[in-house]
Write a protein that binds this ligand. Structure first.
Ligand code: IFM
Length: 532
């Protein structure tokens, strides 16, 4: 028999077992939703799935499940010869990312707290594009494509968000749902929390560069590229200094004050305009039919695409005085009192944050990682050394960012220390917040700390680059990635690397590691040395 109350599904069963005998029950459950492709009527679909499952039998179902998971692990697992705790944290991160991935549909994304609890009501944040997408685009490209395609689908909602603000184009929500893509953020945050609009465009670009799937941007992506650019154009105001300013925005730390020239938002808005310009030019060149169609639909006017690039070059990015090349977090930070935060508790932080120079999460440090190509290593080092001692990491997006940037600037001990804190965020319940659900961004960043971080992997203009700097405690790392259709399996450690290449990728794709360049179509195995 079965009974249900609101919020509760339950089932009762009874059977008799003779003393000395064992009994086992197999319970089959089918879940179907309208978010699954081709399902309009979930209850009859669930019934159908269940009937098929019963007909197949338990053993067959388990075998099929094992096959799916074996394939997933084959494509994603990172194995290290190193501390068991590190290995466990890495695998927990990867498992969680696989468990929440929309392999099957582009009608939903990944909630900021996974499906572990109701914190944030299952809504979607920029966390998905910046912290999770890199894993999928290198290990499960169809999932990355689904996540981005989800944004294309919800463009109408983003247009409505812009219209509500009296702006042009489209602004994706800071907290969005799966149905309409409309803003769900509390406290009127949507009036000034806009960086996600640029983060999404950044992710589109990264996806195309990593997978080689330019067609996606040059077709489905065109409207999103144009409408987000139009949003920025309508919001950037020319100042007396001849530069363009965002008058009142806030960065990733949503609890900060909103004001002029927010560092993270301005940096990312600038990059977003550049990306929209670049891909529209690429589409006009390579897929003119699609570009003409989209231009006509959007009413794109002559010179509009060029304007995005020229405006990008004039976005105001104030710097920290005396810290050349290091963007200033915002207009308020330096007016607060310097403070030693080494013993500050989280409670003290919430009380004092408006008075003293204390930062909740990495904003500028993150921007320096994402936009690494526009900074010198020296500038990144200066930025890290300025912001890091002032950051309390009261966010799941912060330890991990510091681990990666510490790796970039050659601070291996900081990098490993931050890795261990970041990777343990949920399993060690470091912020007493795991009860509210897993932190998706932190789980995605475990992969980023290992591969872009310790392996120094970057997608460059015409190749994939690696600068390995493994923690002393890791003797070897083995992992797969996909790049431009090639399947690569790495074994790296102790100054040696071996890469097995398979699949049929883009001819001419190149990889650089240890100062050597390799053509991926040249042979099945690449071996060499790097300086550890
Ligand atoms: O998106 C983040 C934000 O940057 C900081 N607060 C939590 C959000 C969801 O993880």
């Amino acid at each position: 028999s079965s009974a249900s109350r609101s919020g509760l599904l339950s089932q009762r069963g009874a059977s008799q077992v003779a003393p000395g005998h064992a009994a086992s029950w197999v319970r089959l459950t089918a879940v179907a939703t309208t978010r699954d492709e081709g399902i309009d009527e979930p209850s009859s679909a669930a019934k159908r799935i269940l009937e098929q499952a019963v007909a197949a039998g338990f053993e067959t179902l388990v075998k099929a499940q094992e096959g799916i998971w074996a394939r997933r692990w084959h494509d994603t697992d990172i194995a290290i010869d190193g501390p068991a705790r590190d290995q466990m944290m890495i695998r927990f991160g990867i498992f969680s990312l696989l468990q929440v991935a929309p392999f099957h549909a582009d009608t939903l994304s990944i909630p900021a707290r996974c499906y572990a609890y109701n914190r944030y009501n299952g809504l979607y944040f920029w966390d998905g594009e910046i912290f999770l997408l890199p894993f999928y685009q290198f290990c499960a490209p169809p999932v990355a494509r689904n996540l981005l395609s989800f944004r294309c689908r919800t463009l109408p909602g983003a247009r409505r968000n812009a219209a509500l603000l009296g702006a042009e184009g489209a602004i994706f929500p800071w907290q969005g749902d799966a149905d309409f893509g409309e803003e769900q953020a509390p406290w009127g945050l949507h009036k000034y929390l806009w960086h996600q609009n640029a983060d999404i465009i950044y992710a589109f670009d990264q996806y195309a560069r990593a997978t080689g799937n330019e067609a996606f941007l040059c077709n489905e992506g065109l409207e999103v590229l144009a409408e987000t650019a139009r949003f920025w154009v309508s919001q950037l105001q020319r100042g007396d200094d001849g530069l363009y300013h965002l008058e009142a925005t806030v960065g990733p730390d949503e609890a900060e004050e909103h004001g002029p020239d927010n560092g993270y938002t301005s940096l990312m808005a600038r990059r977003s305009l550049e990306i929209s310009n670049r891909w529209w030019n690429c589409a006009m060149d390579k897929t003119p039919g699609a570009a003409d169609l989209a231009a006509a639909k959007l009413g794109l006017i002559d010179g509009e695409v060029d304007e995005w690039a020229s405006l990008a070059g004039k976005v105001s990015i104030p710097e920290v005085p005396g810290c050349a090349g290091v963007p200033l977090q915002d207009a308020f930070f330096l007016s607060r009192k310097p403070a030693d935060i080494s013993n500050m508790t989280v409670e003290e932080y919430w009380k004092k944050r408006g008075e003293v120079q204390v930062i909740k999460q990495a904003d500028i440090v993150l921007a320096m990682y994402l936009l690494e190509d526009r900074f010198t290593k020296e500038e990144i080092r200066r930025g890290y050394e300025f912001y890091e001692p002032k950051t309390l990491h009261v966010s799941s997006l912060s330890y991990n960012t510091h681990a990666i940037v510490a790796a970039i600037i050659g601070k291996p001990h900081d990098a490993y220390d931050y890795f261990r804190k970041a990777a343990g965020l949920d399993l060690d319940n470091l912020r007493d917040a795991t009860k509210d659900g897993l932190h998706a961004a932190a789980l995605g960043a475990v992969w980023q700390m290992a591969i872009p971080g310790f392996m120094g992997m970057r997608v460059r203009e015409d190749h994939l680059a690696f600068e390995p700097a493994l923690p002393d405690a890791w003797k070897e790392i083995r992992f797969p990635i996909q790049y431009h259709g090639w399947h690569l399996r790495f074994a790296v450690g102790g100054g040696r690397y071996r890469i097995d290449v398979s699949g049929e990728g883009r001819p001419g794709a190149m990889l650089k590691i240890g100062g050597a360049s390799w053509a991926l179509d040249a042979g099945p195995t690449i071996e060499g040395r790097y300086r550890p």
